[in-house]
Design a protein around this ligand. Structure first.
Ligand code: ADP
Ligand code: ZN
Ligand code: ZN
Length: 829
């Protein structure tokens, strides 16, 4: 084969650029970079108009692109690739599977600390010599620039105190008085600490004592040395000196000691050095031995033996059965055999007790990857895996993007959790499914764990596609809680309800307060109430951008849209008719908290929902307060249902169960079962007292509630799976949801109808449903139509997806449908 270019010496590289374009771009490799450039390394390249990006090398070859002139790579960022071959494979697979661009995948995969920023800077042009052309504003700006080597727009604005800096600069560029360039820099800044230690010739006891004697005449210097020794007793153990002491500790705002320390450094008694410190707290750790119970041990052995001929095993373990202990055991085994381990948890569960527990067992070997962490922290985990510092990472959904190359085990805890699916932006991936793919490539095993498995996973286990292990007893003889249904319709008739509270629930809460035991109340809706309504004219507060009512938040005296964030002040009277009779309808966690405080003025009540946990550590704080016994009643949304383990909780109250059950969605029953069972599982985790759960409902006869009472997951599964088969829903089919959006309803509708017509041509009417108006038909001023595609499991989705993508692109390229967007959601939930 021959190349058009100088074949042996000219190199090109195909790069993944983190922008929404479907293809890799080919760049030319500068000669001096050829030797060092490797697949998986990050480089900086120009792309589009005056922009630079961090891209990743996907392939190196000799083939010039034939439709465009290849630009040069500007800079190489990594001598050692930060992205593994497996990751490149993953990015490509995800783009294809989830119908998105590979650039979208890269954009979400890389923590922004690994992407450089390009910030424009301005510099005075030394060759400029036509000052007579300048206005006063321009002169002032130039004077400032002459004083500095280069300034950003922002710095310049601050210095000259003007708002129209950019337009002035534009004029100056035109007059060739200034030069604008992009400064490229890495955002990741390792955290460094400056330390001091004794020089190596003062490390043993005799040398230290001699030194102290010698400094008899300089008491200040002697004092500094003594202070160092009080923190780092080198005289007792010379090895301690290696780690040294933070410099700041030795010269605490005392000028004399500072200059003494300087002298000691100059005289080569002390030396300074810098180390990179991990941003994660270096808490004291004591190693913890886990002793599995016989039942747990059996489950563990079962999992191991099933891994012999199954790549995936589902562990169905009820709440409080000690799944975590089983995981720990399996993780230890995998680590001992030298492979890496990834432990996935839903977002919320990860901030809590489980991590503390794992940290005690695995210490420094364990990295944590969480979205509430700063970018620098995430980069440290990323690099720590590449460097081999972290063999084991516990993380949220996005941890599937980490650069593992030798995984032996992936655990997906609470595998039924919907938060494993990313909704926005693309790639709209499901971390559980992606984990299976990664495991497949790296020959790792996958353990799915849940007390309430997804119908899909349970079905695959029943079919023998996955292994299956059960753990159906709580640890330490603790019993599952006693679950009681409370008929709110009846209580309403008998006038026994107090606002949202049944008399039964209030009674139990009262008793629990007296016994000094804790209670949890669950309502899966935040805010005070979902509606404000005028009693006279029926006006309700609605979002101007979306087709939803505004939720009333009392504490902040606001009405808020939970879709777009729009806020309105609460009107003093009805904006439509002026009536003062504006009332709240329905209730959220804020209202419950409020009413509860009136009934139990002495009780210590805390609320946990999105609104009270926005700050970085707020969630952790509420949990610790509750754990420490400083809270009697915790009111919360589904946040409180995940992975929490409190010994003193003996009562759980559940509101609005009917709304969960009747949600218009084919997974509603499954979700209601999962949600209620998980929340109930927070009660009675101690052997000495059985917990109680009260579920408020207007219809206690509903089948799913009876299944919850009996903890009958199997029964639920058997009913649900029949429905799924009858209506050809997952696991019997795969779903792809296309959402068509446009600011004008008619255009949106027209586009959706056309899409359906074209898809139907080849896929047939049975496989293409819609277009349908979704529950919320307008969000952020865009009208939505959805098209649902159902593909049988027996046909390959690959070809269908190519066809679907073609049709979408065809639609989008139609000039008559300008500004229409189509969002594809593969395996939508
Ligand atoms: P699950 O995740 O299945 O709901 P957990 O793993 O949280 O259950 O375990 C429930 C409680 O029982 C925890 O407090 C845990 O520490 C304790 N536990 C479970 N197994 C053991 C064991 N083998 N030894 C000591 N404590 C255990
Ligand atoms: Zn009114
Ligand atoms: Zn809105």
């Amino acid at each position: 084969m021959t190349f058009a270019f100088d074949e042996e010496t000219t190199y090109f590289a195909d790069l993944i650029i983190p922008v929404p374009i479907p293809k890799l771009f080919t760049y030319r490799v500068p000669r001096d970079m050829v030797e060092r450039l490797k697949v998986g390394a990050r480089v900086i390249v120009p792309f589009g108009k005056n922009r630079v990006y961090t891209a990743v090398v996907g392939r190196i070859h000799h083939q010039p692109p034939n439709t465009y002139q290849a630009k040069y790579i500007l800079e190489l960022l990594d001598e050692y690739p930060l992205i593994t071959g497996y990751q490149l494979e993953l990015f490509a697979w995800m783009a294809e599977y989830y119908l998105c661009n590979i650039g979208d995948v890269l954009n979400v995969a890389l923590p922004s600390g690994l992407k450089i920023t390009s910030q424009s800077k301005v510099q005075y042009n030394p060759d400029f010599d036509y000052p007579e052309l300048l206005t006063d504003d321009e002169v002032r700006l130039l004077d400032e620039l002459k004083k500095h080597s280069a300034l950003s727009y922002e710095e310049l604005g601050r210095l000259v105190g003007e708002t129209n800096v950019p337009s002035t600069i534009k004029l100056l560029v035109g007059k060739r008085a200034v030069i604008v360039f992009d400064e490229v820099r890495e955002k990741y800044v390792p955290k460094m600490v400056r330390k001091v230690r004794l020089k190596a010739n003062y490390e043993n006891r005799e040398q230290v004592l001699a030194l102290i004697n010698r400094l008899e005449k300089s008491p200040k210097q002697q004092e500094v040395v003594m202070k160092y020794l009080s923190y780092v007793p080198v005289q007792n153990n010379p090895l301690l000196n290696r780690k040294g002491l933070d410099k700041t500790i030795l010269n605490q705002d005392d000028e004399v000691s500072q200059s003494s320390l300087q002298t000691l450094i100059k005289n080569e008694v002390f030396e300074t050095f810098e180390i990179i410190v991990p941003r994660f707290g270096d808490e004291d750790m004591q190693s913890v031995e886990v002793k599995l119970t016989d039942i747990q041990q059996k489950a563990c052995d079962d999992v191991v033996s099933q891994f012999n001929n199954k790549d995936i095993v589902l562990l169905h373990g009820i709440t409080g059965s000690g799944k975590t202990e089983v995981y720990i055991n399996l993780i230890q085994n995998a680590l001992e055999s030298g492979s890496q381990v990834l432990y996935l948890l839903p977002e919320i569960a990860l901030t809590t007790q489980i991590v503390v527990r794992l940290k005690k067992v695995f210490g420094d070997k364990m990295g944590i990857y969480h979205s509430k962490f700063s970018d620098n922290e995430r980069v440290e985990v990323w690099k720590g895996i590449v460097d081999g510092q972290y063999q084991f990472v516990v993380g949220v959904r996005s941890a599937v993007f980490l650069p593992f190359d030798n995984l032996g085990l992936i655990i997906v805890d609470e595998e039924h959790e919907t938060s494993y699916k990313q909704h926005d932006p693309a790639p709209r991936y499901h971390a559980r499914d992606v984990a299976m793919m990664i495991a497949h490539w790296q020959k790792a095993k996958v353990l799915l764990g849940s007390a309430t498995p997804s119908i899909e996973s349970y079905y695959h286990a029943q079919q023998g596609r996955y292994g299956f292990v059960e753990l159906l007893q709580r640890y330490g003889d603790a019993m599952l809680p006693d679950i009681v249904l409370v008929n709110t319709r009846l209580e309403k008739q008998q006038k026994k309800m107090k606002n949202e509270f049944s008399s039964v629930l209030l009674e139990q809460l009262q008793q629990n307060l007296e016994r000094k035991e804790q209670s949890i109340l669950f309502q899966n809706r935040r805010g005070y109430s979902p509606y404000l309504q005028c009693e006279d004219c029926e006006w309700t507060g609605r979002c101007p951008n979306c087709d939803v009512s505004l939720t009333y938040h009392m504490r902040d005296a606001e009405m808020r849209c939970h879709y777009c964030g729009h806020k309105d002040p609460v009107p003093k009277s009805c904006p439509a008719c002026g009536s003062f009779k504006v009332r709240t309808i329905g209730f959220g966690t804020e209202k419950l908290e409020d009413q509860l405080q009136i009934v139990f003025p002495e009780a210590r009540i805390q609320r946990m929902d999105l609104d009270t946990t926005r700050a970085k550590n707020a969630y952790q704080q509420i949990i610790s307060e509750f754990e420490g016994g400083n809270v009697d009643i915790l009111v919360g949304t589904q946040m409180i249902s995940k992975g929490l383990d409190f010994g003193n909780v003996s009562l759980v109250g559940i509101f609005d169960s009917d709304r969960m059950i009747h949600y218009p969605e084919f997974r509603a029953i499954e979700r209601a079962f999962q949600m209620i069972t998980q929340v109930s599982g927070r009660a009675g985790r101690r052997a000495d007292r059985r917990g109680k759960v009260l579920i408020q409902t207007s219809n206690p006869q509903q089948a799913v509630l009876l299944k919850i009472l009996e903890n009958d997951y199997r029964g639920l599964f058997e009913e649900e799976i029949v429905e799924r088969e009858n209506y050809n829903y997952p696991p019997f089919s795969r779903l792809i949801k296309l959402t068509v959006r446009h600011a004008e309803q008619s255009i949106s509708q027209q586009a959706a109808q056309r899409l359906v017509a074209q898809l139907t041509e080849k896929l047939g009417e049975a496989r293409v449903l819609g277009p349908e108006v979704p529950l919320v038909e307008r969000i952020r001023n865009q009208y939505l139509y959805t098209v649902l595609i159902k593909l049988e499991r027996s046909i390959s989705p690959k070809a269908a997806k190519v066809f679907i993508l073609d049709k979408i692109n065809e639609l989008l390229s139609d000039k008559g449908l300008k500004a229409v967007t189509v969002v594809a959601d593969v395996d939508c939930l």
